[in-house]
Design a protein around this ligand. Sequence first.
Ligand code: GAL
Length: 337
Amino acid sequence: MEITKSHFGNLSDGREVSIYTMKADGLAVSVLDYGCTTQSLVVNDKSGNPTDVALGFNEAYGYETQDKYIGVTAGRYANRIAKGHFCLNGNEYKLACNDNGKNHLHGGSIGFDKRMWTGSIDGDTLKFSLVSEDGEEGYPGRVEVTATYSILGTTLSIVYEAKSDADTVIGLTNHTYYNLNGQGNGNILGHLLKLNSSSVVLTDSESIPTGELFATRNSCFDFTTEKPVGRDIADSMLEASMGYDHCFLIDNEQFCKLTGDKSGITLTMKTNKPAVQLYCGNFLGDTRGKSNYTKYSGLCLETEFLPDSPNQKGFSNCVLKRGETYNYRTDYSFSIV
Ligand code: GAL
């Protein structure tokens, strides 16, 4: 295993962005300190050709100006918080409504995705750390966060840890868009997906949970038997979100298998988080990245707490108490079918 650090580019204010690359047999991962962002994920396809399966940009400017969260670490609270407010211990907290002026999304105006993290190489692991001050983006508590990347065989593990000096809410996720067929090689609608999930969070027209869970069985949300991502994507239940943009509750740790129909590359995922947001790049529009991206060019599998948990009774417990440690892990294993 080899870990290197090099210069990636500069932000418009001159700050330097570094890129760290971890290279093992059959898997190379590059991560930027800016946004703790996965810039590339290279694995071999069925013919042995190195294939970059992560959407991204070739320059810092692309990351600085994007609003699609491509590759980033989303936080302090990934996904939406309704109307940008929540109550904790009897106090009300107000957050930026950066999602169409209506709701809070992925941590606010300057979320963890637009922050410079501190990268360090620690033996065979790559560690990124960040301090989010008390009151930053409206959230309570000074939070110290780390994201640790390691590789074993062809499995990449990302462990998030956080501690706060006051009770707060937190939920971190990796927002990589995958296209297992590689860059510029069509969309993800033919990818085969298996998700061990028997219920999904129902949402309104603003993608805010209604509070109800819906049984996936025999619906467009049923991925318990492997099927092409695009098979049921025109279902009326997906109309408002223009495709899948839903949070699936995970039945068991080894919850997901995604296969590139052209490359044979398979990604299996394991996590101790309760849920995963399947988002199919519905709003990618016209994004000029490493290749030209448009609707459905890549899909995200964001392991997380349920959306709007700070306001929804009965949803996952996203409260991090002062002095306790938030510690969640997701493993991403690559192989060939
Ligand atoms: C996803 C979210 C989508 C959209 C996207 C960023 O995580 O579920 O609704 O906001 O991020 O464009």
